[in-house]
Design a protein around this ligand. Structure first.
Ligand SMILES: [Zn+2]
Length: 231
């Protein structure tokens, strides 16, 4: 018999057309058990080795890295501009690819590693441009972001409750850090001057963080907000 929808030839025992999925039934033919003329699986899937993918991605990172080094070294005799490219590639690899090496990457471990990598890259740039801003600006700002993000990630992972307190506290802490950042900017690059702009974002962030903490404390307010925002 043939499928009445797409016309493909069917065996007498076919329950469904293997091509279009239409139910196949011939009233004059008794249903027998017979083998389908078509294979069940056309293209059996092959398992891709994660090791192979890792090696290909690593090669994709190493290739441009070696290329820029080969362009830079013979021309300038030392690592000049290629240092930034290599640093950026290594940073991208650490942040985006390194966690994929693990089956269940733990953010509590990888977030500090990412920030440490950012810090090392900034330190390199600081030395490469003979800047004098790493210790007084980049290091404290990166360090603060590392501490704040790691704390949030750790609390969210290991403490079940208190989501509102964690996020509210983190946002408020970020707000309180902004004037410190302005001060560091002022100390490091004193051309800008201390105008106090940082108090505006600080006020907004502290208020918003405080509001989240208030929602965490006050259950009726939280439920009312949930009703407003989630249908
Ligand atoms: Zn069909």
């Amino acid at each position: 018999m043939y499928c009445c929808s797409c016309g493909v030839k069917l065996s007498d025992a076919e329950v469904r057309c293997p091509l279009c999925g239409l139910e196949a039934y011939h009233p004059n033919l008794p249903r027998k058990t017979a083998q389908s003329p078509y294979p069940v699986e056309l293209y059996p899937e092959k398992e891709v080795s994660p090791w192979g993918i890792r090696m290909i991605v690593l090669a994709a990172f190493l290739l441009p890295l070696i290329t820029v080094l080969l362009c830079d070294l013979p021309l300038n005799g030392t690592v000049t501009w290629s240092g930034y490219v290599i640093g950026a590639l290594v940073l991208l690899y650490v942040v985006a690819i390194l966690p994929l090496w693990f089956r269940h990457p733990n953010p509590v471990i990888f977030v500090p590693i990412d920030f440490a990598a950012v810090g090392v890259y900034l330190l390199y740039i600081n030395f490469a441009v003979a800047g004098n801003w790493f210790l007084s600006f980049a290091f404290p700002v990166t360090g603060f972001c590392l501490l704040l993000t790691t704390t949030v990630v750790t609390l969210r992972r290991y403490v079940r409750r208190g989501r509102m307190y964690v996020y509210g506290g983190a946002i408020a802490a970020l707000g309180l850090f902004i004037p410190v950042m302005e001060l560091l900017l002022y100390v490091t690059f004193d051309t800008i001057g201390f105008s106090g702009w940082s108090f505006y974002p600080m006020a907004v962030l502290v208020l918003f963080g405080g509001f989240l903490i208030f929602l965490g404390i006050c259950r009726p307010a939280r439920e009312m907000m949930e009703r407003k925002f989630f249908i």
